[in-house]
Design a binder for this molecule. Structure first.
Ligand code: SF4
Ligand code: SF4
Length: 236
């Protein structure tokens, strides 16, 4: 096994199994350097009964991404516990139902490519054959990337994360370099601290269409925050 990705078609078969019976159980949640998308943060904070700002403060840190210059959110880990995810317990993931997209996707990675000719977006997949993972080594169920994503409940995660990828690509075209100052704050607020964004909407500090829906629904809140940050930073 190698830790180099092996590319695989969306409907190509692979065999994998995972569960508490594996000797490697929980190993993939240690030594992590995992960044979180806005929808991950929303789902995790709701699962833990916290506001997004409390979740960010307790479980994450924010830094500037090397390639994008955008603020990136990662789980806070400690060398004392083998850099394990802060949401890991002996029994496994404490937030399994609401685990982030990258946890659901493993052992697959998914990337998007846009055609220069017609702008069409295509999905690409790779298998991450991590040497610590025994999931490939002892039979298991045969599946495909398409089936895996369905079984892991990734549809809404992918839809939301693809919106972020579009935002990142827009930023690279319009505002190359590191985002700083008010622009950085606006990005963190609208993308990561959605409850903070909602409070500003309620107080009338941020104007949005459909204010009532934004106050009531997380779905409307995410849509409004994305539209606001696009207009605020990129004039779109
Ligand atoms: S969120 Fe859950 S599945 Fe993901 S790394 Fe943390 S403990 Fe593991
Ligand atoms: S390392 Fe692989 S097989 Fe082991 S628990 Fe993680 S995903 Fe499952």
């Amino acid at each position: 096994m190698s830790d180099e990705p092996r590319y695989i078609g969306k409907r190509e078969r692979f065999t994998f199994s995972c569960g508490p019976e594996k000797a490697c159980f929980n190993q993939c949640c240690c030594d992590i350097n995992q960044f979180l998308f806005p929808y991950d943060i929303l789902r995790l904070s709701r699962a833990l009964g916290m506001t997004t700002d409390a979740f960010l403060a307790k479980y994450t840190y924010i830094y500037a991404g090397d390639t994008t210059g955008l603020p990136v959110v990662s789980f806070l880990t400690s060398g004392k516990d083998n850099h394990a995810c802060p949401l890991l317990s002996k029994e496994g993931c404490r937030v399994y139902k609401d685990r982030p997209a990258s946890c659901r996707m493993f052992p697959l990675a998914r990337a998007l490519a846009r055609s220069r000719e017609d702008g069409a977006i295509t999905e690409h997949f790779a298998l991450i054959e991590d040497p610590i993972c025994e999931g490939f080594s002892s039979g298991g169920a045969t599946t495909t990337p398409a089936r895996w994503m369905e079984d892991q409940g990734l549809k809404e995660y992918n839809r939301r994360n693809d919106q972020m990828i579009e935002l990142i690509s827009l930023k690279q075209q319009i505002l190359p370099g590191r985002l700083e100052g008010d622009e950085k704050e606006a990005f963190v607020l609208a993308c990561y601290n959605l409850d903070g964004f909602r409070e500003k909407v309620k107080a009338g500090d941020i104007e949005v269409e459909e204010k009532e829906a934004v106050v009531e629904s997380d779905e409307a809140l995410m849509d409004a925050a994305l539209a606001w940050v696009k207009a605020r930073l990129f004039g779109r």
